[in-house]
Design a protein around this ligand. Structure first.
Ligand code: BGC
Length: 683
């Protein structure tokens, strides 16, 4: 027996009480009235990017201003210097909704201060492989964690009257040959893994704009894919659907596929091409009118037709934004290994050496997410450590000229390695190994001094095998933004306990990842058809719904560090565990106690597991989490509400989410591999 969830979804949508900006009937009527006064030529200007490719068209006689847009997602860029926030994967690793909301708010302030009213973020493409050059911009492998992070980030931005643009819709999970390789996935996989972040952004954050992806999805380019874009409208999206920069191919495809705004300019939706199709009757002008309405009704809803673009009351160099960046930078880093070396407590004996390519720079990933922070506002890792005070004597050593004698005498050696804007970036996939020379550097340092702490900047997993056994600690630092160095110093010194958790499975080997066999499997095919893209080369999503930790039991592979894992300086005990029936779901409650002597944060994770499922289902799926900060000996009761949606799976035959009645387990743990509390429930 299956039960459709549509009614439940509607009821829940009504319960969402956040301050969302909705398109009202007045906004719609205003848009229609404006469009009725526009010529076809003007309409074509409105549906295509103008000027520098980051503006919409202005129509003075109608009172329609040009709207400026900017990337995203690590802050406001494009012709400006601005606060550089921790990257997307770091926000996801914080497992803290408030942090994501805070960064969104900061970006909203920074955009308002600059007159930017459309932010081209967040990016929510699921982490399928560590090789994807843009993982650092995104929120990891789990659709629930990604959705929760995205919703909060979007709300933060949009509460400042700035339109957020969720991207890239959809299945844009590799950078290699991203314009041409078609992502081939089945309906269930798409709905369970790749759609949820977009859907929740529409339903729960009323995201103002959606950007389509470069790649074809199941054989048709995203910007022209009516099947794909149709989902957005069915979920209730009343805002703008824009293309990624240069991802449009045919006028007819874009006109009829549902795209509203072609960026950065009218390659195919220009007046000449559009008017020909309108004049010869292939396309009705009402199709263009609808696109214009989507754009103008969104502008009206955000007050862009009435209020000034720039908020003069917000400084461009905003201390409040920097605080949001710092708060986020503190919660992203994930401590994966610690053999008693961290934290480094204050002591006159401290003699710390920091070295490595990322020791005294501000690391960032490359491409459109690359940031230009405001001069004089950034702190490198070395600067952060040096500012800790006299009880932390820290020396920066040139990693190309290692002084063995000095290194030997150090009480701890911090080796700062990882990727950067050249080695991990948009438009290319990266290597699984650290960039050239870095493994050798770590191993050499570890052979001289056993007290090595590796701090690594990256957007995902990389090969740690050459040295993981010979270092004392490993911190995944992602790209921590302009405050990253300050935050890492606070963590290393123990002023703050690390609290980030892995937002993806760290397999410890490239081949263990269930998606590895299929990711880039298209390579030989791509090379073969390079000169003739008809048909497209394909990349098969054959691991299906069993991506990341969902594949652990299914494929019998054990990761080096599981999804949701991360060490702290504290220790926690779980107790209790009860399930209370609510009118619209189940309330799961349990107690977390800090059994250590230091204040620390725990990320309690709630997974749902179907017992004896007749259809293939992951052994467990994340459906709730709470981060709790507890002082020494303190405890707290945590409650997580699960709705019927959280027990459902997608049925390709009914094209809907269904809840299968029967037995389930609610598993509470501190990672996807742990069981602290196990509660049976029957639906
Ligand atoms: C990227 C988008 C970005 C756009 C504008 C494209 O190359 O894929 O994410 O928003 O450029 O810079």
């Amino acid at each position: 027996m299956k039960r459709s969830l549509s009614v439940v979804v509607l009821l829940l949508a009504a319960l969402v009480s956040q301050a969302q900006i909705l398109v009202t009937r007045e906004d719609r009527e205003r848009a229609e009235a404006l469009v009725s006064q526009m010529s076809l030529q003007e309409k074509c200007a409105l549906i295509t990017g103008q000027d520098d490719g980051f503006h919409t068209a202005a129509f003075e006689r109608l009172g329609i201003p040009s709207v400026r847009m900017a990337d995203g997602p690590q802050g406001v860029r494009n012709k400006t210097n601005s606060t550089y926030y921790p990257c997307g994967i770091s926000l996801a690793a914080s497992f803290n909704r408030e942090i994501a909301h805070g960064v969104g708010t900061g970006i909203g302030w920074d955009a308002s201060a600059r007159g930017v009213r459309i932010m081209l973020c967040p990016g929510v493409n699921i982490y399928r492989s560590p090789l994807c050059g843009r993982n650092f911009e995104y929120y990891g492998e789990d659709p629930y964690l990604s959705s929760e992070t995205a919703v909060q980030y979007i709300r933060g931005i949009q509460e400042q009257r700035v339109i957020a643009t969720i991207k890239h819709f959809a299945l844009n999970n590799q950078e290699y040959d991203r314009h041409w390789t078609s992502s081939i996935a089945d309906e269930r996989t798409i709905n369970e893994i790749y759609f949820p972040s977009f859907r929740k952004a529409v339903e729960e954050a009323r995201v103002g704009a959606v950007m389509t992806s470069y790649n074809p999805v199941n054989g048709s380019h995203a910007a022209e894919n009516g099947w794909l874009i149709g989902h957005l409208r069915r979920w209730g999206h009343e805002g703008i659907v824009m293309s990624d920069w240069t991802s449009t191919y045919t006028t007819l495809g874009c006109l009829l596929g549902g795209l509203d705004l072609e960026m950065p300019k009218g390659y195919v939706m220009n007046y000449e091409a559009v008017s020909e199709l309108v004049k010869n009757g292939t396309v009705s002008e009402s199709v263009i009118d609808e696109k214009c309405c989507h754009i103008l009704q969104t502008f009206a809803a955000y007050g862009l037709l009435d209020k000034p673009m720039k908020d003069e009351s917000i400084p461009e160099n905003n201390p409040a934004s920097r605080e949001k960046a710092y708060a986020a930078a503190l919660e992203g880093p994930v401590l994966l290994k610690n053999e008693g070396i961290l934290p480094i407590k204050a002591s006159k004996k401290n003699n710390i050496i920091v070295l490595g390519p990322n020791a005294d720079c501000i690391p960032y990933g490359g491409g459109s997410g690359r940031m230009d922070p405001i001069e004089g506002t950034t702190t490198t890792l070395y600067q952060g450590l040096a500012a800790l005070g006299k009880k932390y004597s820290t020396t920066l050593m040139d990693w190309r000229e290692i002084d063995e004698a000095a290194l030997k005498k150090a009480t701890a050696v911090i080796v700062a390695v990882g990727f950067n804007h050249d080695t991990e970036k948009e438009g290319a996939d990266r290597s699984y190994s650290l960039p050239k020379g870095q493994n050798k550097l770590i191993s050499r340092v570890a052979s001289i001094n056993p007290n090595v702490i590796v701090v690594a900047n990256s957007g995902g997993e990389f090969d740690v095998n050459p040295w993981i056994g010979s270092v004392k600690a490993l911190i995944m630092a992602w790209y921590g933004g302009q405050e990253g160095g300050r935050a890492l110093a606070a963590i290393i010194s123990g002023a703050v306990s690390p609290s980030g958790r892995l937002p993806f499975t760290f397999w410890g080997s490239e081949a263990k990842n269930p998606a590895a066999r299929y990711y880039h499997a298209a390579l030989p095919e791509v090379n073969k058809v390079k000169k003739n893209r008809d048909p497209f080369p394909n990349t098969q999503y054959s691991e299906g719904i069993f991506l990341g930790y969902r594949g652990v039991e299914r494929f019998g592979v054990k990761p080096m560090f599981p999804f949701g894992y991360g060490l702290t300086y504290g220790s926690f005990e779980y107790s209790g565990g009860s399930v209370e029936q609510l009118p619209y779901g189940l309330k799961v409650s349990f107690t977390v106690k800090n059994t250590s002597k230091v204040t620390a944060s725990e990320v309690a994770q709630v997974y749902v597991s179907k017992v004896d499922s007749k259809i293939p289902r992951p052994a467990r799926e994340l459906k709730g989490y709470e981060k709790v900060t507890l002082g020494k000996g303190e405890s707290k009761t945590v409650s997580v509400t699960l709705t019927p949606n959280d027990f459902s799976s997608y049925s390709a035959s009914s094209h809907d989410w269904v809840v299968t009645p029967g037995e389930y387990r609610i598993i509470v743990g501190d990672s996807s591999a742990s069981v602290k509390i196990d509660l049976p429930v029957k639906l």
